[in-house]
Ligand binder design. Structure first.
Ligand SMILES: C[S@@+](CC[C@H](N)C(=O)[O-])C[C@H]1O[C@@H](n2cnc3c(N)ncnc32)[C@H](O)[C@@H]1O
Length: 284
């Protein structure tokens, strides 16, 4: 079969399976199997699709039709312009988290400190810790996660992206392992989905991404409620906290930050205008 016909049939099959943007999904996966850029595909439409490639692509199409996210099928996702390996060990990095990274990077006061120590709690693929390490060479980064499997992926990403010597990976519960008043910043995209809402998520998320990365307990705040006082304990005077939160959680999380002792509590919106990023500071 020629490439053009194969693509047409694949897109129709993915459409029937309920895959979003089926033609693009078919093109991305085939281009990856052919080892070419997707934009080069039209030039190959009349070429025959060779067997080994067709067989490997067929497996990709089966995974896509079963609802698996394209990033897991292709094994990669772009975060802050860099390609990260992703698989079922960790959450697929999201654009909201890129916005969190932008806000942290824009904090001149933090980066003016000598060798600022930053911990990314619940690092998953390592996207935040590695991005901050590569964008701010003077910083000292730690990435922690309760999942050893996620940390293995994060450390693989650090190696591939040249940040191996820049981030220390710790398998631990939140900030239990951190000394009092020792960090300049804590950043985190913690699990914050209400347990009861998990079943209502898109099947791509619900059935394929790790539950531990999403489940925030009955009110979505189970992890955040523990993390905020721990961040307060482990931050130095003038230290900062940034948290990605659910769009309905701004009031509750701000109240938690206030009662822990944080000041300058602010909530920023994402490009869709939803409250998604809380920042706070310790006096000093
Ligand atoms: C929403 S994911 C974020 C992953 C990554 N930082 C990102 O933004 O793509 C939350 C992460 O927190 C981790 N996690 C959940 N509970 C934790 C805990 N008690 N201590 C440390 N990490 C935890 C999960 O394993 C998961 O990797």
């Amino acid at each position: 079969m020629i490439v053009g016909d194969a693509l047409r049939l694949a897109a129709a099959r993915l459409l029937r399976a309920g895959v979003e943007s089926p033609r693009i999904a078919a093109e991305w996966t085939l281009a990856a199997r052919l080892g070419i850029d997707r934009l080069e595909l039209p030039m190959r439409h009349r070429e025959a699709l060779a067997f080994p490639c067709a067989q490997a692509w067929e497996a990709d199409l089966e995974h896509l039709a079963a609802g698996e996210p394209i990033q897991y099928v292709m094994g990669s996702a772009v975060f802050f312009g860099r390609e990260f390996r992703v698989d079922s060990r960790a959450l697929i990095p999201r654009p909201e988290t890129e916005e969190l990274a932008c806000r942290v990077l824009a904090c001149g006061e933090l980066w003016a400190r000598p060798k600022p120590g930053v911990c990314d709690v619940g690092t998953g693929s390592g996207c935040l810790a590695i991005t901050l390490a590569l964008e701010r060479p003077g910083a000292v980064l730690q990435g922690s996660d309760l999942s050893g499997a996620a940390l293995a992926l994060a450390s693989e990403n650090a190696r591939r992206l040249g940040a191996e010597s820049r981030v220390r990976w710790i398998c631990a519960d939140l900030l239990d392992w951190v000394e009092d008043a020792s960090l300049d910043a804590v950043v985190s995209n913690p699990p914050y989905v209400e347990s009861g809402a998990l079943a209502m998520l898109d099947r791509q998320v619900r059935d394929f991404e790790p539950g531990m990365a999403l489940d925030g307990g009955p009110d979505g705040l189970r992890v955040i409620r523990r993390l905020i006082p721990q961040a307060f304990r482990t931050l130095l005077p003038g230290g900062r906290l940034w948290l990605e939160i659910g769009e309905t959680q701004a009031g509750a999380v701000s109240a938690l930050a206030q009662s822990a002792g944080f000041r300058d509590i602010a909530v920023a919106t994402d490009i869709a205008g939803r409250d998604r990023i809380l920042s706070a500071r310790i006096a000093g």
